[in-house]
Design a protein around this ligand. Structure first.
Ligand SMILES: N[C@@H](CCC(=O)N[C@@H](CS)C(=O)NCC(=O)O)C(=O)O
Length: 103
């Protein structure tokens, strides 16, 4: 809830990070959510950074390579499972710090 008004102009919730991409002759597109941004950038500029999804000739559901699955799970784990715990920890530590500063 500390987002400046300029951020709310590009993202209704005023969240960062946000990127805007504009191709020549097209309207700009805005992408929010860090995982979506990273996937977008990798798709367009860093395909080599992503593990290969399938072994050639063996493609389809259930045949994904272990490293590709692990990479995808970690991307979602960061914002899905682990983030609430990190936020709770941040709030508690902040409270403890503020409490000790007040004494
Ligand atoms: N799930 C979002 C989280 C974005 C987020 O909460 N960003 C914080 C800064 S790290 C923010 O914009 N806070 C401003 C606010 O909530 O007003 C993502 O992965 O991008």
């Amino acid at each position: 809830m500390r987002a400046p008004p300029e951020l709310k102009e590009v993202h209704p919730l005023g969240k960062s990070p946000v990127i805007t991409v504009q191709a020549e002759g097209a309207d700009p597109i805005t992408i929010a959510e860090s995982g979506a941004i990273v996937e977008y950038l990798i798709d367009h500029f860093g395909k080599d950074m992503l593990p290969q999804r399938y072994t050639a000739g063996k493609e389809g559901p259930g045949l994904e390579k272990e490293e590709w699955l692990r990479c995808r799970q970690i991307m979602h784990y960061a914002e899905g499972t682990i983030m609430p715990y990190m936020l709770i920890s941040l709030v508690i530590n902040r409270e403890l710090l503020c409490g000790s500063e007040a004494q």
